[in-house]
Each structure stands twice: as structure tokens, then as C-alpha cells.
Design a protein around this ligand. Structure first.
Ligand SMILES: *Cc1c(COP(=O)(O)O)cnc(C)c1O
Ligand SMILES: [Zn+2]
Length: 412
């Protein structure tokens, strides 16, 4: 018997219902993302937080609220619950008493893309897919390659030619067919859609299949459980395609329906880079949808998404939560990577570091109070971005120059 209470899929815009036991991409009526729905009334009668006590500390502990039907299709590599770290020193520096970092860099592929892709690949496997494709800034391609290898599926990944070398090489090492695109994730996406018919692959682009968001939803479930079934006051999230923001919001809605949390919600703060900020621009202009951002450029590759398909969902989430969208410049992002490392020993990706810059901005503008519980998402590991650490501002002892050591010892 399946533990999943998945009942159907629903269009996020026109509400049309779709069969969840069939492969689906987007809504055939309006082209917008489909969201999985669960039989929450029935689940509420049988499930409570105590049901979790003896379950493994991975995202699969919430399996009733996840879409995989048969456990044998779960191709897990151990998607561990990630720590919620109280960063006191960083907090003091900013003037926040309760600043936390949820450190997603601990996941199997070093980024939170593991959550979404393990779910999407497990469901694709369950529904009979043999061949999958994805456009990506790099981390999603890597996560797909890893989980496709695990599942025994053939993977085709398309990423910008300047995607991090770590992503490119790991995709190759795990056996995916890797294609570098002269352009951005949006150009890679066009190639994947063009190839779908001819090459017979299933398109796993962000929000063009319904299950990556369910994987990302587990960040919200986990956060609530870690805080004793309460929620923080503010969540600061680096937004590209918006799966995490939308997924966590969905998690909170479902938890409230189950009666595990109350009505209170965090203010959801979406962070983008000044070099690619379609959501920030739309938010400021009061628009319901985001315009395509021309000539997108930023060192935070995960945020280089010029035209997110889920723009409406992202914007409505931010507004319903009484949140905000904030753009931060690359120069401050790079400095924040070092700041988080030096003051807390964390190893953030540039996208994760961007959340610190946003937090600082909000505090300075008086939009977050000192006592409020603020959670930053560090979405990935610094290890994929060693190039960003090689700067003249951060010299290291040079092994070719022994004078270096001598002066250290003689003149400490
Ligand atoms: C994909 C990605 C993002 C954006 O995540 P979404 O949930 O799609 O908005 C941010 N940071 C990193 C490191 C990523 O890989
Ligand atoms: Zn629709």
C-alpha cells in the first residue's frame, strides 16, 4: 500500500485538474505550472507529528506528503535533513539576535537541487520514463546527472558554456550527455523543448514538470519541524526559478490544513542579483507577471534566470506573505561569501551569500526588527566556486616564496 496521499495535479492558474498517474508537463489549457494536490482531510485524521519520531532524518520522513507511490522507486542517496545553524556572530554584526542559516550545502550534490531532482527523477522512473533532459545554470544539471545515474536513466543536460567547471565535469563523470550552450538557461530551455519530440526525452525544466517543487517543499516541512512546528518571522531566499519559495509556501499551507501549524506565516524575501532581477522589478512595479530580463549577468549562476515560468506564483507568494523582493550587487555577494566563512566557518555559494547582503539591507532599512527570527538559505557549497575565492583581496601564503613563512615566524 502506498503511503503517499497524492490525489491529483492542479493547474496553478486555471485550476484545471490532471491525472497524477500519467506523465504531465504543464497545463495543456494555459501552459502554466501544475501543482500536486493531496487528500489532506483524510491524511489529517491519520497522521500527526508523533508519527515521525522513529523515521530516518532525511526528506523522505514526510512521505505521506510526497508524490512517490511505490517506495522502491525512491532513488535516494540520503537527502539528509540540513542543519539550522544559529549564526550568533553574524547576527551580532547585523544587529539581529536570532539569525539562522539553513545550510543546504550538505545535500548529496552540494546544493538544494538534490531535493527537487531526486523527487522528479523518482517520479519519472515510476511513470516509465527512460530518457530525461534539463536546461540548467549548472547545479540542476549536476543533480539530474547524479540521480539519473542512480536510477539508470539516460540524461541530456544543457547549460551555459560559462557554467561552473565543477558542474560540467561532474555531469560528465556521472555519465550524462553534456551540451554547453552559447547563451543562458533560457536558451538552453528552448533547445530542450525543440528536442523533446525528436529525441524522446522527458523535459525536467523548472516548473515544466510537477514534482521538483515537491522536493523543494521539504525545506519548508523541515524548517517547521526544526522550529518545533512554528515558523520563523522572515525567510530570505535566493530566487532563480522560484521552486524553493513556492515549494515552502505550499508546505506551510499543507501543514496548516493538517493542523500541525497555525495561520502565522513568515515574510518571504526573494533575493536576486542586480544583474538579473526580473522578480524584483515586477515586485516594485506592482506587476503580476515578470518581464524577460535582457542581458542577464551575475556571478550567482543560480539566480541567472531571466524569465521564470512561475513568475506569477513567485510574486503572489511574496505579496501574500507581506514580503519583499531585493536586488543585491555581485561585488557585495562576493564579499559576503568571505564574511560568512570568516565569521561562522560556513562555506556558502554566491547565491547563499546573497541572502546575507539582503538581510543587511533590510536591517538598515528598518524592515526587520532585532528580535525577529530570520532564516537565510545557503543553497549550495563554496566548493563549486573556488574561482570566486581567488582574488587579490584575499592573499594566501605563497609556497614559492619561503620568505613568507620566515616573516610569519620571526614577526608574528
Ligand atoms: C537553483 C538555484 C537557486 C534558485 O533556486 P530556485 O528555488 O529555483 O529559485 C539558487 N541558488 C542555487 C545555488 C541554485 O542552484
Ligand atoms: Zn491552466
Amino acid at each position: 500500500m502506498t503511503p503517499s496521499y497524492l490525489s491529483h495535479l492542479e493547474c496553478s492558474l486555471c485550476r484545471k485538474r490532471f491525472d497524477a498517474q500519467q506523465l504531465q508537463n504543464v497545463c495543456i489549457e494555459c501552459g502554466k505550472p501544475l501543482l500536486p494536490r493531496y487528500d489532506l482531510d483524510r491524511l489529517a485524521r491519520r497522521w500527526n507529528p508523533d508519527s515521525l519520531w522513529d523515521r530516518e532524518p532525511t526528506m523522505w520522513r514526510y512521505r505521506e506528503l510526497l508524490p512517490v507511490q511505490d517506495e522502491k522507486n525512491i532513488i535516494s542517496l540520503g537527502e539528509t535533513n540540513t542543519p539550522l545553524i544559529h549564526t550568533k556572530r553574524l547576527g551580532e554584526h547585523l544587529g539581529l539576535e536570532n539569525l539562522y542559516v539553513k545550510d543546504e550545502s550538505r545535500l548529496p550534490t552540494g546544493t538544494f537541487k538534490s531535493r527537487g531532482l531526486v523527487m522528479a527523477v523518482s517520479r519519472a522512473l515510476e511513470l516509465g520514463v527512460k530518457r530525461v533532459a534539463i536546461p540548467s545554470a549548472g547545479n540542476a544539471a549536476e543533480a539530474l546527472s547524479v540521480y539519473a545515474a542512480r536510477a539508470g536513466l539516460e540524461a541530456f543536460v544543457f547549460m551555459p558554456q560559462d557554467a561552473p567547471l565543477a558542474n560540467q565535469l561532474i555531469c560528465n563523470a556521472t555519465g550524462a550527455k553534456v551540451f554547453l550552450v552559447n547563451g543562458l538557461i533560457s536558451d538552453a530551455g528552448k533547445i530542450v523543448r525543440q528536442g523533446t519530440e525528436a529525441c524522446g526525452w522527458f523535459d525536467l525544466s523548472t516548473f515544466r514538470e510537477p514534482y521538483r517543487v515537491e522536493g523543494k517543499k521539504t525545506m519548508g516541512l523541515e524548517l517547521a519541524e526544526q522550529l518545533g512546528w512554528t515558523l520563523p518571522d522572515v525567510i530570505i531566499y535566493p530566487t532563480g526559478g522560484g521552486t524553493g519559495l513556492v515549494g515552502m509556501w505550499k508546505a506551510f499551507e499543507e501543514l496548516e490544513h493538517l493542523g500541525w501549524i497555525g495561520k502565522k506565516r513568515p515574510r518571504m524575501i526573494s533575493v536576486q542579483s542586480s544583474g538579473c532581477a526580473p522578480i524584483v522589478k515586477a515586485f516594485r512595479e506592482g506587476a503580476e507577471t515578470a518581464e524577460f530580463w535582457e542581458n542577464a549577468e551575475t556571478i550567482a549562476g543560480g539566480l541567472r534566470v531571466p524569465g521564470p515560468l512561475a513568475d506569477r506564483l513567485i510574486l503572489s507568494t511574496i505579496r501574500e506573505s507581506n514580503g519583499k523582493a531585493v536586488a543585491v550587487p555581485d561585488s557585495l555577494i562576493q564579499a559576503a561569501m568571505i564574511q560568512m566563512s570568516r565569521s561562522e566557518g560556513l562555506m556558502p555559494s554566491p547565491e547563499g551569500a546573497a541572502t546575507l547582503v539582503a538581510a543587511q539591507k533590510l536591517v538598515q532599512a528598518g524592515e526587520v526588527a532585532a528580535h525577529e527570527r530570520v532564516v537565510l538559505f545557503n543553497c549550495g557549497t563554496m566548493l563549486k566556486h573556488l574561482d570566486l575565492l581567488q582574488s587579490k583581496d584575499f592573499p594566501i601564503l605563497d609556497p614559492k616564496s619561503p620568505v613568507n613563512y620566515k616573516s610569519l615566524i620571526q614577526d608574528p
